[in-house]
Design a protein around this ligand. Structure first.
Ligand code: ZN
Length: 221
């Protein structure tokens, strides 16, 4: 049984997500803690529940999703995993951060390149890697079929989608990722995005305007 914990972090209201199972092992997805208080909220949750982090995993390389990665790497001695096609975003985080008013002192080293990998594991749990380029070239989602649980990063939000006007973004790609890879997972799949509220694929099929305008033939992608 997977337990999901969201810690909303930094001025972009980014969802830092902890997934754990009955073994108490966990992964930390998109560690976005910027202030000491945000990082403490994350480690308080982990430590008060007796969790053992085994990996920091990112859905993509944007600065608001990686501000706390060095903190968790150092505190727990865990590797950092991301699709290597987003390495350019991690490397340019100090520059991108400055544009948005974030001070990024040090860039985390990428320890595991997830490009071409099938899954990430913790405890008794495997999360399948689904490549969903579009918001960024190396964006991935993480999916557990048994529990119909999906982590969508900035690909799919409740009633919205991720921006495609940033470097490496592409509207056709993100729509193909959503329509060809995420929607077919099924209406009862529950997902947690990188910003905002959780939702289901079924809800998005009916109420996400970016999805319905394509399904209704109003827009080509
Ligand atoms: Zn993003």
């Amino acid at each position: 049984m997977i337990t999901v914990k969201i810690i909303v972090s930094n001025p972009f209201q980014e969802n830092t997500i902890v997934l754990s199972d009955q073994t108490k092992e966990c992964i930390i997805i998109d560690a976005g803690g910027y202030t000491p208080q945000e990082n403490k909220a994350l480690s308080d949750y982990i430590e008060s529940n007796g969790l053992k982090p085994v990996m920091a995993v990112n859905t993509h390389g944007h600065v608001d999703h990686m501000l706390g990665v060095n903190y968790v790497k150092e505190r727990y001695g865990i590797p950092f995993a991301i699709d290597g096609r987003d390495a350019f975003l991690i490397e340019s985080a100090p520059t991108h951060g400055a544009i948005y008013g974030f001070k990024v002192d040090s860039v985390p080293t990428i320890d595991i390149d997830l490009q071409g990998k099938k899954e990430v594991r913790f405890g008794d749990t495997a999360m399948e890697i689904i490549e969903t380029p579009g918001h960024t070239p190396g964006h991935i989602c993480l999916y557990n079929k048994d529990e119909k649980l999906l982590i969508t990063g900035d690909t799919l939000f409740r009633e919205s989608i991720g921006r495609t006007d940033l470097p490496g973004g592409d509207y056709s790609w993100i729509m193909r990722s959503i329509l060809d890879k995420l929607m077919p997972l099924g209406g009862d799949v529950h997902f947690y995005p990188g910003h905002g509220q959780d939702s289901t694929i079924g809800h998005e099929a009916l109420y996400n305007p970016f999805v319905t305008e394509v399904l209704g033939g109003e827009v080509n992608y």
